[in-house]
Design a protein around this ligand. Structure first.
Ligand SMILES: C[S@@+](CC[C@H](N)C(=O)[O-])C[C@H]1O[C@@H](n2cnc3c(N)ncnc32)[C@H](O)[C@@H]1O
Length: 369
């Protein structure tokens, strides 16, 4: 028989994510039109829509997955949100690594329990959450972020999902390529994961801190970043041949005989690339069909950079949207106050969590009172 784990020995945050619904739990309500609202359970609280009122007390003490009715007989299916739901609706400043890519990074980057991992930038902390889950309480994740406002948002989001500060996590503010050399011993890091504008600027720093055999994962949004990073890695010579890929996930519509791909999908998120640190002094084995000339042809350079110079390699030049300071302050405030209210549970429950639900495909149909 499976023993239910003692909460004090359960992995970080695990004890608040199982068992019957309790006051303070976050709950995702799916209505009959499959619209989703996320509420935080509070004794005596209620969830109001134009279709009636649902008492929070009708959920507290019930098992997860229960289906309840509101005052007009409207039915709601109730479940705790999963990591993917949280990540797509949490407060954010920068674009987050989507769950499909975080899954690839954890597996293809071989992020294992107890690993020593460094990461940059932190952005909203979406990838940090997956990395922390993978390294576990006895691992090590040091995240580097050049913008303090982003670090604040990430801290709030991480503390919300884990129910408080994670024992394996620390953030440093500053440019990765400078800070990592001050904070990590040479050759002491097992895995490096970069999601930033210009990973090619970090080649020397990564080669210094990464242990022989260590894995370097890059996540970039554009082909130009991918190409420039790959060539910088090859030119450095301390790494294995880089490998690149992308993943596309297409949902399917399942309805009787009408079984087909969904009409809509997220067609592009980013490209992934990995390589490994060679032993000092080793000369790597190049890819089989290696093009002799590793320099870009002038024709390619002209096509990519016409009318541009080094300054073209900035966020706007690569198609990233700027984020206003006002939006960042609001996201950091939301993340901190959500974290203060607790993880998937909290003491002073009772507010609906809307975040960026629209981006997660969640419709906002109701409000709590
Ligand atoms: C797309 S966001 C990262 C998103 C994050 N991985 C997530 O899943 O939420 C890119 C971040 O990298 C940061 N950044 C860019 N260059 C950096 C550098 N050299 N050192 C540290 N952070 C950097 C930016 O400030 C930004 O927050």
């Amino acid at each position: 028989m499976t023993q239910s784990p003692n909460p004090s020995t359960a992995p970080h945050g695990a004890d608040v994510r199982r068992g019957p619904f309790r006051a303070g739990d976050r709950v995702q309500l799916t209505d009959q039109k499959r619209r989703i609202n996320t509420i935080t359970l509070t004794p005596g609280g209620s969830f109001h829509t134009h279709k009636g009122v649902l008492a929070h007390d009708s959920l507290i003490g019930q098992p997860e997955g229960v289906v309840v009715e509101n005052t007009t007989g409207h039915r709601y299916q109730a479940l705790r949100p999963l990591l993917k739901d949280f990540v797509l609706s949490m407060p954010r400043g920068a674009a987050v690594v989507y769950p499909k890519d975080a899954a690839q990074i954890v597996t293809m980057g071989d992020i294992y329990p107890g690993a020593r991992v460094v990461e940059a930038g932190v952005g909203s902390g979406a990838l940090s959450i997956s990395l922390l889950r993978a390294v576990g309480e006895h691992g090590y994740l040091h995240s580097y972020e050049r913008r303090e406002e982003f670090a604040d948002i990430a801290r709030g989001n991480v503390e919300t999902i884990f129910g408080g500060p994670h024992p394996a996590w620390q953030i440093s503010i500053g440019d990765f390529q400078d800070e990592v050399l001050k904070k990590e011993e040479p050759g002491s890091v097992d895995r490096v994961v970069l999601d930033m504008l210009a990973p090619w600027e970090c080649v020397d720093a990564v080669a210094t801190v990464l242990a022989p055999g260590g894995v370097w994962v890059n996540y970039v949004a554009t082909v130009t970043q991918l190409s420039r990073t790959a060539e910088a890695i090859r030119a450095d010579g301390r790494f294995t041949e880089p490998e690149a890929w992308e993943s596309m996930v297409r949902g399917w519509h399942l309805d009787g005989l009408a079984v087909r791909p969904d009409h809509r999908m997220v067609a592009h998120t980013g490209f992934l690339m990995t390589c490994r640190r060679l032993a000092d002094g080793a000369v790597g084995i190049p890819g089989q069909k290696r093009v002799k000339n590793t320099e870009f042809a002038q024709e390619d350079l002209d096509a990519w950079t016409q009318g541009h110079d080094e300054e073209a390699w900035h966020a706007a030049g690569l198609g990233e949207r700027g984020v206003s300071d006002r939006k960042l302050r609001r996201a950091a405030k939301d993340a901190a106050s959500t974290a203060q209210r607790g993880a998937f549970r909290s003491a002073d429950a009772g507010q609906s969590v809307t975040g960026q639900a629209a981006e997660a495909g969640e419709a906002e149909a109701g409000q709590e009172q």
